[in-house]
Design a binder for this molecule. Structure first.
Ligand SMILES: Cc1cc2nc3c(=O)[nH]c(=O)nc-3n(C[C@H](O)[C@H](O)[C@H](O)COP(=O)(O)OP(=O)(O)OC[C@H]3O[C@@H](n4cnc5c(N)ncnc54)[C@H](O)[C@@H]3O)c2cc1C
Length: 410
């Protein structure tokens, strides 16, 4: 364990060694800062990041989502050349089926927006959709949108990729060190307090995934973000489920998604009625609901056992959009402190959120995405956002936990 001395100093400190903090520290170092310190209270990736399903969807419900997804997808594709390692991104193709006339109207509107932004997304008629996905119960859909470039990554491999990138570029990684608060001089940050002593730094980026509100609360920054159980399972393999026969599918109506994994299907879903809090176990009755819906749509799964199931705490924001912007305390911007959270979409948006946060920390602006509305100032006192909710998201709670500081994961 590293113990910081009284003269410990950095050009920037990043709090949280998940995909957002990890890639952010990498981008800060690559931007030319000599000394970047990454603080992680556990070990790299041991928050939501290593437990994710890995879905990378550019077919977003808002222009922000499309741009963040597209930036991240391109980053994943460029990683091997840039780093000599990658996150295992596989362009599997993603279908969002429509089941009702309203779904069709909404999907076509989304597709028009996505196409305007340069996304290669197309409409599949019902027969085309069934032909593309022979595992789907035939005749169930009214068609759907399809993007061949969407895909998935392997979450533990993403952790390896940023760990290698950080070590190679010389970021000072400090695992098992807890951030305990900021040190301030007037309205500006001068450093951080940690379980191993103080570090002086003119720039600090706060991440924390499902614990982001707790990280902010350590310095009286109110961040309306939370954590809630999300569960994932992998079926046994079956010849019908070989990867070339299974595009990824997001059953938006139910909030259920699936993709190929080890010859079977990996599927995941959140219970929209579940209150926020730490996930400590699999909700078996809800897993049965997930399995039933999957079996209705992919009948071959009905007879398959599960080889793995897990539940973990996923981060969310009330509008399902990321947070990228300066820290605010009592209505005033705190100089030198940037807050970054992926709103539960850290595989599809994480690198872009990380890069945008690094840019905002360094320059106050970024070309990754228009961040003018993505800061903390979009939320009112009760944590309600002035932005519309992203229509393509898992069914997370619509409200942040009322009392920040409730969710400290062990
Ligand atoms: C089951 C599941 C499935 C998911 N599937 C997908 C998916 O398919 N696609 C997708 O896009 N997203 C998915 N997600 C969401 C995605 O995993 C998260 O959005 C993303 O990992 C968040 O990254 P992060 O770096 O913000 O948070 P985390 O990975 O949680 O990292 C935050 C880190 O901060 C550390 N920390 C907290 N407090 C302190 C402190 N005081 N001092 C120091 N360190 C601290 C924590 O230990 C943690 O390691 C899924 C999540 C779950 C749980």
């Amino acid at each position: 364990m590293h113990t910081s001395g009284p003269a410990d100093a950095a050009d920037a400190v990043v709090v949280g060694g998940g995909t957002v903090g990890g890639w952010c520290a990498y981008f800060l170092r690559r931007a030319g800062l000599s000394r970047v310190i990454l603080l992680e209270k556990r070990t790299l990736g041991q928050g939501a990041t290593s437990r994710a399903a890995g879905i990378v969807r550019t077919q977003g419900g808002t222009p922000w989502a499309v741009r963040l997804g597209e930036w991240s997808r391109k980053f994943y594709l460029s990683q091997h050349d840039e780093l000599g390692i990658d996150s295992g991104f596989t362009p599997q193709g993603y279908v969002l089926p429509a089941f009702t006339d309203d779904d069709v109207v909404a999907a076509r509107e989304r597709m028009a927006m996505q196409t305007r932004l340069g996304l290669n997304v197309r409409w599949l008629e019902p027969g085309q959709l069934d032909a593309l996905n022979p595992t789907l119960a035939p005749g169930r859909t009214l068609g759907g949108t399809y993007c061949a470039e969407d895909g998935y990554l392997t979450p533990p491999r993403n952790v390896t990729a940023y760990a290698v990138a950080l070590a190679t570029c010389g970021v000072d990684i400090r695992e098992r060190i807890t951030f305990t608060g900021l040190t301030l001089d007037g309205g500006r940050v001068t450093g951080v307090q940690t379980s191993a002593g103080p570090i002086s730094a003119p720039l600090v980026v706060l991440t924390g995934g499902p614990e982001l509100a707790d990280v902010g609360a350590l310095s009286r920054i109110r961040i309306p973000a939370g954590g809630v159980r999300h569960q994932v399972a992998v079926t046994q393999p079956h010849p019908d489920l070989s990867a070339e026969r299974v595009p990824m599918v997001f059953d938006l109506a139910a909030g259920l998604y699936w993709r190929p994994e080890e010859g079977g299907l990996l599927f995941g879903m959140s219970n929209p009625d579940e209150p926020p809090g730490e996930a400590s176990s699999v909700d078996e009755p809800y897993l049965a609901v997930m399995r039933q819906r999957l079996a209705e749509l992919v009948p071959v799964t009905a007879g398959l056992g599960l080889r793995r199931t897990w539940a973990a705490t996923i981060d969310y924001t009330p509008d399902h959009l990321p947070i990228i912007g300066p820290a605010i305390v009592a209505g005033e911007v705190l100089g030198g402190v940037t807050v970054a959270g992926a709103g539960g979409a850290g595989m599809m948006w994480g690198p872009a959120v990380a890069r945008a946060a690094a840019d905002v920390a360094l320059h106050g602006t970024t070309e990754v995405v228009d961040v003018a509305d993505l800061g903390l100032d979009r939320f009112d006192e009760a944590g309600n956002s002035r932005l519309g909710t992203d229509p393509i998201a898992l069914p997370f709670p619509e409200h942040a936990p009322q009392a920040p500081g409730r969710l400290t994961l062990s």
